[in-house]
Design a protein around this ligand. Structure first.
Ligand SMILES: Nc1ncnc2c1ncn2[C@@H]1O[C@H](COP(=O)(O)OP(=O)(O)OP(=O)(O)O)[C@@H](O)[C@H]1O
Length: 369
């Protein structure tokens, strides 16, 4: 998959940008605060309809402007299409081949991207929220049904938390509505869990050989999905609903006391083991970085397997964070098959072979040269 043309209007510090990308590797050089990350973010938002660094869409609109617009022309298996996203105070409007899409979940997934930024190196060490976000973003790209379930789940959680607050403050004493919402929650959660189990299994399949190769055969990576309830991978949907329902019955008093939902996919996590040990607790910084890199590279293969095409790779200021060996592993893995955008403040840290094949752009105050 290729992003052939890309435009920004009133997006962050870009008043107006139009660029054609001819090469597979595109290096974007610029001093600090000139717009490198903003451009990577723009490509990411065009694909995912949300930013990787803020949940507040208004931040994406240039200061004092009414709206921001991102457009792209995509080549996918020799076919061309256009994508467009308009962000305003009223919300987001997405168009595919000039046709407005009713649901964002039907738009997301048309362009597939993988972002690798320094904060992704925290995937292993950071909070469970970072890992849940990773799971959601990645499954969401290949499964509109998952995105739909996730949106539904979030709405139910909001309603349920609101109701639990009413019960907590005794503004409401009838618990019937809580039962209805709990059942809806269990049903939606069971679909999400099933998908997550499947995804983690696939991810492990692709990440294991990559991790082994980066560690020169010294390390074996295992990935475990840890749902917030004790439910096995083999359980069918009705069994998962049953397990959840039992759990909610047990914690009902506690939930009312706290006024919030205490179990569900919004409390799941991933555990990474290297040679049998939890790498978050016992791994060295190098092992944690290798794990994060293996996961990102595995995603490329996973998306390729799912959709039959490679995603676009966005490497935002991350190459300089990797040592020479990890950097060359990354560059070899994507060589020739993945359209890649690399941002950097200097080309010094990037290997010569990559630079020779690359188109090099300089960004300065929201302008690209
Ligand atoms: N909504 C906005 N409207 C206008 N300008 C904005 C907006 N949001 C951010 N900016 C500006 O964008 C610039 C930051 O750009 P960006 O984050 O892309 O920097 P960068 O080139 O990646 O720098 P670094 O190398 O430091 O990461 C800042 O000058 C910031 O003030």
């Amino acid at each position: 998959m290729y992003l052939k043309e890309f435009s920004l209007k009133n997006y962050r510090n870009y008043e107006s940008l139009h660029v054609q990308f001819e090469n597979k590797v595109n290096v974007i050089i610029g001093e600090n605060a000139q717009g490198k990350t903003n451009m990577m973010e723009g490509i990411y938002v065009l694909a995912m309809a949300k930013s990787h660094r803020t949940s507040n869409d208004k931040e994406l609109i240039q200061w004092e402007k009414e709206y921001a617009k991102i457009e792209g022309r995509i080549e996918k298996q020799n076919r061309f299409s256009t994508v467009e996203l308009i962000i305003s105070n009223k919300g987001k409007k997405a168009k595919l081949n000039h046709l407005e899409q009713k649901k964002l979940s039907e738009y997301v997934g048309h362009v597939n991207v993988i972002m690798f930024a320094p904060e992704d190196l925290n995937l292993v060490k950071g909070s469970p929220q970072i890992r849940r976000r990773f799971i959601n973003m990645e499954i969401g790209q290949v499964s509109p049904v998952y995105l739909h379930q996730l949106n539904k789940y979030q709405k139910i959680i909001q309603q349920r938390n609101h109701y639990l607050k009413l019960l907590q403050t005794r503004k409401q004493t009838d618990e019937k509505m809580l039962d209805v919402l709990t059942l809806q929650l269990c049903e939606t959660a069971s679909n999400i869990i099933k998908k997550r189990y499947l995804f983690v299994k696939q991810l492990e399949k692709w990440a294991q050989p990559i991790h082994s190769s980066i560690s020169r055969g010294m390390e074996e990576l295992r990935i475990q999905y840890k749902p917030s309830v004790d439910v096995s991978e083999e359980a069918d949907l009705s069994k998962i609903v049953e397990v959840y329902y039992d759990r909610f019955a047990k914690i009902r008093e506690k939930e009312i006391e706290r006024g919030t939902t205490l179990a569900g996919p919004h409390r799941d996590d991933l555990i990474f083991y290297v040679n049998g040990r939890d790498v978050q607790t016992f791994g060295s910084q190098g092992q944690q970085r290798t794990t994060a890199l293996s996961l990102k590279l595995a995603e490329i293969d996973l998306i390729h397997e799912e959709i039959g095409d490679y995603p676009v790779l966005l490497l935002d200021d991350v190459l300089s964070e990797l040592d020479d060996f990890r950097q060359s592993h990354l560059l070899n893995a994507i060589q020739g098959k993945v359209q890649t955008f690399v941002t950097t403040t200097s080309v010094d840290g990037i290997d010569h072979k990559t630079l020779k094949e690359a188109a090099i752009y300089r960004v300065s105050s929201g302008q690209l040269i």
